[in-house]
Design a protein around this ligand. Structure first.
Ligand code: ZN
Length: 402
């Protein structure tokens, strides 16, 4: 179908915004700044005025939020909301390109504000230094036209989706993991929502986070720019949006595929018999509540200081490293390597008469290993509290951290 035909089938919902604000005009400086937009018939003065009138809320100033905020700001989106309460960490810099080395330790909102204001002084930037919750999401979303989801966890992703459905705001979605990415536009008037696709979250712990599983640094760039593209198309009312389609990106094979998505009539939040009519407890829904310390307090543990003392005293301590081989290559305590997933089938390699100290990166996986071994009859196995990162922090500052 021709672009004009496609346009007719897509609701130009920004028309109401510009109609309501006929006073939106561009200064001569803005006309010069956006000249490469203004000479395209699909944007032109009318489209640039729509961009200026638009209010986009970006959830998160991290990996996806970096290119989203930068490109939307450069493009002339008039009002950009940014929600984030995090601080720039050194390990963010590999992909969160809105932040610089000098920003480590600063609030992500402060760091992002500096970059965005420097990029485009015409931007009306609204920062929200808070965690998005069921208590604040609806009021916040009502103040914007479009929500761009740059979150990296399931509770917030479901919260953003439900709040978008309940407030009638399009949800420009993206997610990334390792070499893979996904993007779509959810919760448009006729299109499906995230819950039409995934009614239930995966069991906690089944899907590793970027911090656990890693992510190629360019992936948020690739997916975030797609989200920015979709946001701008929605504002302009141009082209075919990703509503009703899930774009699947495989960077390793460099393949783009797409799945047709349909509105699910049984969807609990946007279907015909809705069971969710207000925001819920998303941590509980995703099974996160109470899981922050999977180690628990009942698992026998040893501190890095006590382990150091034992090793210095040449005590008979067997160090069991339950990380993955590629983590062992980064740093190790010369322990015996059995990845946590292999412990059940390889436990026979261990001598239950010896004192065993199990460790991983920060203590979560090794707690699971200790738990398993205790149940299997090992009585002298202990979890190294804080993992090898605690060892690097408090015993061996020369050891690399990751
Ligand atoms: Zn739905």
């Amino acid at each position: 179908s021709s672009p004009s035909n496609r346009l007719k089938s897509q609701k130009d919902f920004m028309a109401t915004v510009t109609d309501a604000q006929p006073e939106v005009v561009l200064s001569n400086d803005e006309i010069l700044r956006y000249s490469r937009h203004l000479i395209m018939p699909e944007v032109a003065m009318d489209g640039q005025r729509k961009l200026k009138a638009a209010k986009v809320l970006c959830i998160g100033a991290g990996g996806l939020g970096s290119p989203l905020a930068l490109y939307l700001t450069a493009a002339g989106v008039g009002t950009l909301g940014l929600v984030d309460y995090d601080v720039v960490d050194y390990t963010n810099l590999q992909r969160q390109i809105i932040h610089s080395t000098n920003d480590v330790g600063r609030k992500k909102l402060d760091s992002a504000s500096d970059k965005l204001k420097a990029l485009n002084p015409f931007l009306n930037l609204r920062t929200f230094d808070m965690k998005l919750t069921s208590a604040n999401a609806l009021d916040l979303f009502r103040e914007f036209d479009i929500v761009a989801d740059g979150t990296d966890n399931f509770p917030t992703r479901y919260l953003v989706n439900d709040a978008c459905v309940l407030t009638g705001k399009p949800n420009v979605y993206g997610s990334i993991f390792r070499f893979e990415g996904q993007a779509s536009v959810f919760a448009t008037e006729e299109g499906p929502c995230y819950r039409c696709l995934y009614p239930e979250p995966p069991p906690p712990g089944l899907v590793p986070s970027c911090a656990e599983g890693g992510v190629l640094g360019i992936m948020p760039g690739l997916v975030g720019v797609i989200q920015a593209t979709e946001t701008i198309k929605l504002i302009l009312g141009q082209g075919d949006s990703l509503a009703g389609r899930l774009l699947l990106i495989d960077a390793l094979g460099l393949k783009f595929r797409e799945l047709k998505l349909r509105k699910n009539p049984d969807c609990p939040v946007c279907g015909t018999h809705r069971t969710i009519t207000q925001l819920i407890d998303y941590d509980q829904f995703c099974g996160i509540r109470g899981q922050e310390e999977p180690a628990g307090n009942d698992i026998p543990a040893i501190s890095v200081e006590d382990l150091k003392k034992k090793l210095d005293a040449k005590a008979d301590v067997f160090i069991l490293d339950v990380r993955e081989p590629h983590e062992y290559q980064i740093c190790n305590l010369r322990g015996y390597l059995i990845p946590v997933g292999d412990i059940p089938k390889r436990a026979s390699e261990l001598d239950s008469s010896r004192e065993i100290v199990a460790h991983c990166k920060v203590g979560g996986r090794s707690a699971k290993a200790v738990n398993f071994l205790r149940r299997a009859g090992f009585t002298k196995v202990y979890n190294l509290t804080g993992g090898i990162n605690a060892w690097a922090d408090r015993i061996d500052p020369k050891m690399p951290k990751y």
